[in-house]
Design a protein around this ligand. Structure first.
Ligand SMILES: [Zn+2]
Ligand SMILES: [Zn+2]
Length: 303
């Protein structure tokens, strides 16, 4: 059995985003659209309801822990959080690590690329190295299966490379690499499988194969359209420039994954500009009639 809780479902910036007055963000603040606020993407999961694993550590982690009761400490100084998996090195996925300090030991699963990008030339990282073994790194080499939670968790993990990009803050410093961005398959002893891929620039045949046979897939729901930001006059970058496959359109994920045999398919990491956030938008209707769910903070499921 795998229990999953969505702690945060928005892309970087959250919903609403502090400096954004787009239709969605302004409408949410004014209460004129059918939508709910969302914190930045973070998932919690457990195989035994005792020790929990986070996927990504969002800048909202402190609030997310307080909101989800099972993650609160049980004694004077402890945490049910046994480890953190990083799917890439983007700040909205890593910044939360720096909120998990206070002399606490933590295990981080990340590819060599992501780990290197986090550690090298990063003076802040020293705050997570105050004592030997404070942060323990486990290499998430794609294709390698290992136990999730070195202290005896009941879940297993295999990472796979996902088309993506090097983090914004490392552009020009670190060449892009297949292990910049990954998805993960997490499964228990009866092979109940969760696939988590919150950032993907494309669905290659290799990626498609990774999704097959899962009971549940969380997939990149960042943008509805390729030119979403330009259309709103926010920025010139396309979804592809930012490492994301849009949901809509002939080549979008809705079309590409239409025949996928996975009972639960859930969009996550949703940017605040995405019309999917409005419960009564035509785009939301399209996704739902194709069998997709839209993640919201507080969504829980059991596989
Ligand atoms: Zn992100
Ligand atoms: Zn906005």
């Amino acid at each position: 059995v795998i229990h999953v809780a969505v702690l945060g479902s928005a892309a970087g910036g959250g919903f609403p985003q502090w400096n954004c007055g787009c239709l969605n963000c302004a409408g949410l603040r004014q209460g004129t659209i059918k939508a709910v606020p969302r914190t930045q993407e973070c998932l919690a999961l457990t195989g035994d309801n005792d020790r929990w694993i986070l996927i990504n550590a969002s800048p909202d982690i402190r609030q997310q822990i307080e909101t989800f009761r099972p993650l609160r400490p049980q004694s004077l100084r402890d945490s049910p959080i046994a480890a953190v998996i990083l799917t890439n090195g983007d700040l909205d996925h890593c910044l939360g690590l720096f909120s998990l300090r206070e002399w606490h030991r933590m295990t981080v699963y990340a590819t060599q690329q992501v780990w290197h990008g986090l550690m090298s030339q990063n003076v802040f990282f020293r705050t997570l190295q105050r004592f030997p073994g404070q942060l323990q790194w486990r290499d998430l080499t794609p294709g390698l299966t290992q136990r999730l939670d070195p202290d005896g968790g009941e879940l297993w993990i295999t990472a796979f490379s996902c088309p993506g990009k090097v983090p914004l803050h490392l552009e020009g410093l670190q060449a892009s690499h297949p292990e910049d961005n990954i998805g993960v398959r997490i499964f228990d002893c009866s092979e109940r499988t969760l696939v988590y891929a919150p950032s993907a620039r494309d669905v290659t045949p290799e990626l498609y194969a990774q999704f097959q046979g899962a009971q549940c897939l969380f997939f990149d729901g960042t943008f509805w359209s390729e030119h979403e930001l330009a259309g709103l006059g926010i920025a010139a970058q396309t979804a592809a420039d930012m490492g994301h496959l849009p949901i809509g359109g002939d080549a979008g994920s809705l079309a590409m994954l239409t025949d996928l045999d996975v009972p639960r398919r859930i969009y996550i990491h949703i940017n605040n500009t995405n019309p999917l956030l409005r419960a009564d938008s035509p785009e939301r209707g399209l996704a739902e009639s194709a069998g997709w769910e839209v993640a919201h903070d507080g969504l829980e499921l059991t596989l």
